[in-house]
Ligand binder design. Structure first.
Ligand SMILES: [Zn+2]
Length: 226
C-alpha cells in the first residue's frame, strides 16, 4: 500500500513539475514585456471589411490576421502621439488606387519612449506596401522634415519591444526600416499583387537602424544593409 501511494505521489509530482515547466516556457516572453499602454484604434466590422478589400487587392486573398515574420520600423515625419493616434483611429481614408483601409500600425512609440499598442499584434495593419501580410509595424513620433531626430528613449523602447515580440513570436526573423523595403523585395517576405504599387521611403533613417542592428542582431534577428 505504501509503495502504491509513493508511486502515485511521484507520478503526481512529475506531472506537476512538467506542466509548470511547460507553462513557464510558454509564457517566458511575458517576463520581458516592456510597459505597453493599450490605446486601440476603432476596430469594427467596417475596418474588418476594408482589411479584406485591401488584402484581396494586394495579396489576392482576404486576410485580417497575420503570422508575424518581420518588424517594420517607421517614423511618422510629424505629429504627436495624440494627433497620430487620432489619425490612425479612423477606419477609412480617401480612396486611392490601393484601397480605402486607413493606414495604421500595431505599435506607436512617443518621443519619451512610451509604447502604445494600437491594435492586436496579429491584426493586419496598413503601414508598409508589400509587407503588411507578415509584418508588425512600429511607428515612432519624429523625423520632422526628414531629419534623424528619434530619441534615445525611443531607441531603448524599440529594442525592448522587438526583443519581446521575437520571444512571443519565434516566427519573426527580420527587422527592417521602412526605407530598407528595397532589400525585402528580393525575399519571400515581399508580396504585392498590384503592379507598380510602390512608394520610396526614408524612415526611420540609417542611424536608428544601425543602433537597432547592433542591439538586436546578436539575438539572431536579421537586418538589411543600412
Ligand atoms: Zn514608414
Amino acid at each position: 500500500m505504501k509503495k502504491i501511494i509513493t508511486s502515485i505521489l511521484l507520478t503526481l509530482l512529475v506531472t506537476l513539475t512538467t506542466t509548470s515547466f511547460a507553462k513557464e516556457t510558454e509564457l517566458a516572453f511575458l517576463k520581458n514585456m516592456p510597459p505597453i499602454i493599450n490605446r486601440y484604434i476603432t476596430i469594427n466590422e467596417t475596418r474588418e471589411n476594408l482589411m479584406k478589400e485591401y488584402s484581396k487587392l494586394h495579396y489576392d486573398s482576404e486576410v485580417t490576421t497575420i503570422t508575424p515574420q518581420a518588424v517594420v520600423v517607421h517614423w511618422t515625419a510629424g505629429g504627436t502621439a495624440d494627433s497620430i493616434y487620432n489619425y490612425f483611429k479612423n477606419v477609412s481614408m480617401t480612396d486611392d488606387e490601393g484601397g480605402s483601409l486607413n493606414v495604421s500600425s500595431q505599435f506607436l512609440v512617443a518621443r519619451d519612449g512610451t509604447i502604445y499598442q494600437l491594435s492586436p499584434d496579429n491584426m493586419l495593419a496598413r503601414h508598409a506596401i508589400g509587407l503588411n501580410w507578415c509584418a508588425i509595424g512600429i511607428e515612432n513620433i519624429g523625423g520632422y522634415g526628414g531629419v534623424e531626430d528619434l530619441t534615445d528613449a525611443q531607441l531603448q523602447a524599440n529594442i525592448k519591444l522587438i526583443k519581446y515580440l521575437q520571444q512571443k513570436y519565434p516566427s519573426i526573423t527580420t527587422v527592417l526600416g521602412h526605407y530598407q523595403q528595397i532589400y525585402a523585395k528580393n525575399t519571400p517576405l515581399w508580396r504585392e499583387y498590384m503592379p507598380n504599387y510602390y512608394a520610396e521611403k526614408i524612415d526611420p533613417g540609417p542611424t536608428f537602424m544601425r543602433n537597432l542592428r547592433v542591439a538586436l542582431s546578436p539575438l539572431g534577428l536579421e537586418f538589411f544593409p543600412e
